[in-house]
Design a protein. Structure first.
Length: 182
């Protein structure tokens, strides 16, 4: 089992790799997503989910570039598995559902597909594509669906090269506090 410190070391180190086909690193993407969550007034569970939503790309040997080869490494599941023992179900389920939220948004919102980056469109293809009506309805019935949709929107916006954010250590207090409450 990882510790909170292990997560910060992992994100600070392996997070320096480029984030898939995006113009930012994993770390910059994570910091931007978490900063957007803070700016929106989200609770600590969503802020920490935003910070670590893609940690599944980094655990083990990582899965960088797999989507381009048509492979879904299910990073959302790997991330939820790492986060659940540390931060509980609210964080883990929000992370686990952030890919499903992208699939739901493609089904539910006209124009959402067009707003996705090229890399997000490629990964969506290997993640199952947009939901159909039955899948969309089942997703909306899940307790963390709304939080996952909000996280997805931060995820989509958190790809701006050179955007200033607080440093990783600024989020350690959020994680420590949430860990104590979990």
């Amino acid at each position: 089992m990882m510790t909170v410190d292990d997560l910060f070391v992992l994100l600070g180190g392996a997070g320096s790799r480029q984030y898939g086909g995006e113009a930012v690193s994993q770390l910059a993407h994570a910091l931007q997503a978490a900063t957007l969550a803070v700016e929106a007034g989200e609770p600590a569970t969503v802020v920490i989910a935003a910070l670590f939503h893609d940690v599944g790309h980094l655990v083990g040997e990582g899965d960088q570039g797999q989507a381009d080869r048509g492979i879904d490494e299910r990073h959302e599941e790997a991330g939820a598995e790492v986060l659940r023992p540390l931060f509980g179900d609210d964080v883990a389920e929000t992370v686990r559902l952030h890919v499903a939220a992208k699939r739901w948004l493609c089904f539910a919102e006209g124009g959402y597909w067009d707003s996705l980056s090229r890399a997000s469109k490629v990964s969506l293809g290997v993640q199952g594509g947009p939901f159909d009506a039955a899948q969309a309805a089942a997703f909306r019935d899940l307790p963390q669906a709304d939080a996952a949709i909000r996280l997805r929107r931060y995820d989509d916006l958190a790809k701006v090269r050179g955007k200033g954010t607080p440093g990783l250590d600024e989020f350690r207090a959020w994680a420590t506090r949430l860990r104590a409450d979990a």
